[in-house]
Design a protein around this ligand. Structure first.
Ligand SMILES: Nc1ncnc2c1ncn2[C@@H]1O[C@H](COP(=O)(O)OP(=O)(O)O)[C@@H](O)[C@H]1O
Ligand SMILES: CC(=O)N[C@@H](CCC(=O)OP(=O)(O)O)C(=O)O
Length: 323
């Protein structure tokens, strides 16, 4: 038998290996400046109930969070769990409804909300991060207390009577103030905080807070470098369904006004706008179901998802190149 075919196969294998090395080296070279830029800065990561998806996606998310911490970033995870709360309420035969994306939450429902968010989901995420080699600690907005909440007051104009009606959401709260001191403790340690979006009022009442809103308030209080919201779509899509890779506040408001941004994406984008108005460098809405979306967004030039930038920080890692 001639040895020619073996030599050709060996050359092909060698070329494949070198190509892989070159590719890995290029990836590391691209990531290094970002690692330097973000060292010691805080990233608030909102992990939505829909983004939690399957076991593999949850494991990849946990690995990404551990890696962010390992390269000197301070990740703060704020999680949701809307679909999981819905399932538990159904199992227990407790009815709940939504008005404009927010769950109307009566006394029995708020007990279940706290049990699911601060109990099972919080500990699942803590467990996944610890299994990935991190040191996570679960808290809710009640700890510290991190989030002082007040009852949400909202009004809506009835289109038929044109009368402004007060909406009663029950035990749904909005953050009145955020005391970030408990989070500063984690910044100076190996621990990664995982926060359930539950708040407590001055009177000691427990409030259910939309997870986007809670995460945005925490990102503002921490003056975070990045506010990353993981959801179940690639980002904000234009009217043709194409991903918008960056938006100014003005563009975002126009897309809300013309209905391109609707439903659950409205409060999400509004939360991002508030966060950048309050000193967060940039907010990004991205697909939590895509493996390692967090790493791609943080450590590559093309990023992932839709960035809403604070003009005061333009160019500080917010530039985007076509992928
Ligand atoms: N322009 C848009 N681009 C992308 N998604 C949009 C847009 N307008 C509305 N949506 C909807 O917003 C949803 C995300 O909001 P939501 O369901 O509240 O997310 P989460 O549960 O992750 O907080 C998407 O699944 C999509 O159906
Ligand atoms: C007031 C309100 O609606 N609270 C939400 C809290 C959880 C949440 O926001 O979860 P996602 O991020 O997965 O949607 C709820 O009860 O569903």
């Amino acid at each position: 038998m001639s040895d020619k075919p073996d030599t050709a196969a060996a050359e092909r294998a060698d070329l494949k290996l070198r190509t892989r090395w070159l590719h890995s080296a290029a990836t590391i070279t691209e990531a290094l400046p970002y690692m330097r830029r973000y060292a010691d800065s805080s990233f608030v990561v909102k992990y939505g109930g829909h983004a939690m998806g399957d076991d593999a996606a949850a494991k990849a998310f946990a690995r990404d969070i551990v890696l962010l911490k390992q390269v000197g970033i301070n990740p703060i995870v704020v999680h949701g769990g809307g679909p999981q709360i819905g399932k538990m309420l159904e199992r227990l035969g407790i009815k709940s409804s939504f008005i404009d994306g927010l769950r109307v939450t009566d006394q029995p429902a708020v007990e279940v909300v706290e049990m699911v968010l601060a109990g099972s989901i919080n500990k699942q995420i803590v467990g996944a991060i610890n299994a990935a080699g991190g040191n996570a600690i679960g808290i809710s907005g009640k700890d510290g207390p991190l989030i002082r909440a007040r009852k949400l007051t909202k009004t809506k104009r009835d289109p038929e009577s044109n009368i402004e009606k007060v909406l009663d959401y029950g035990f749904v709260g909005e953050p009145e103030s955020v005391d970030p001191r408990v989070l500063y403790l984690f910044e100076r340690s190996d621990f990664i905080p995982v926060v359930a979006p539950i708040g407590i009022s001055e009177d000691g009442d427990t409030y259910n807070i939309n997870a986007d809103t809670a995460a945005g308030a925490i990102a503002s209080a921490m003056r975070a470098s990045r506010f990353l919201l993981l959801t179940d779509v690639p980002g904000v899509l234009d009217k043709d369904g194409k991903l918008i890779d960056r938006m100014t506040a003005q563009q975002a408001r126009a897309l809300i006004a013309d209905g391109t941004i609707h439903g659950g994406m409205i409060p999400k984008v509004e939360t991002c706008l508030d966060a950048v108005d309050n000193g967060v460098e940039a907010a990004v809405i991205l697909d939590g179901r895509t493996p390692h979306a967090l790493l791609l967004e943080t450590f590559t030039a093309h990023g992932a998802g839709t960035m809403i930038e604070n003009p005061a920080f333009a160019g500080r890692g917010t530039e985007r190149q076509p992928g």
